[in-house]
Design a protein around this ligand. Structure first.
Ligand code: ZN
Length: 155
């Protein structure tokens, strides 16, 4: 299976069965993310204890790419220390926006490297990155993340 097929499979799978979909009853951290370009609107709730993300959930209305990205993101950062989660946000952004080749990218991205496929669809980069911006906002104590004003990748 080539990377493009794998990408399609992952998007389909995570849309059919989104992981960690919902809302935590008493989150310690919370943020909303909006991507006006596409109409994506997601909400993240986190339970952070002693610097570790114990639980994380997302909900909202979004396109398939955003939903799959949020689903995979929550799975990847759950159980991680905040600083490791922040490093992962940076790595994902570098890959999706900066066009970092997945093979040369940080190995901790793991299966997330399938999202390097969005580089072929420049208008969808913000969809893939939105959940990560929202996570960054939540752990930084900001209530809202928006992709508006985010520099578009150069092609
Ligand atoms: Zn979208």
């Amino acid at each position: 299976m080539d990377s493009r097929q794998l990408y399609q499979e992952m998007i389909l799978d995570h849309n059919k069965r989104p992981r960690n979909f919902g809302r935590l009853p008493q989150p310690s951290h919370h943020a909303e993310g909006v991507n006006p370009l596409c109409g994506d609107h997601i909400e993240l709730t986190l339970d952070v204890h002693e610097g570790v993300i114990r639980e994380i959930a997302f909900e909202g209305e979004s396109c398939a790419i955003c939903k799959a990205s949020a689903s995979m993101m929550t799975g990847q950062v759950r159980g991680k220390r905040l600083e490791d989660a922040r490093a992962l946000v940076q790595a994902f952004r570098d890959m999706a926006v900066g066009g970092l080749h997945p093979a040369s990218g940080p190995h901790e991205l793991g299966r997330l490297t399938v999202f390097s496929g969005v580089r072929d669809l420049p208008s969808r980069v913000k969809c893939a990155v939105l959940p990560w911006h929202t996570l960054q906002a939540a752990v930084s104590g900001e209530a809202l993340a928006t992709t508006e004003g985010v520099q578009d990748p150069q092609f």
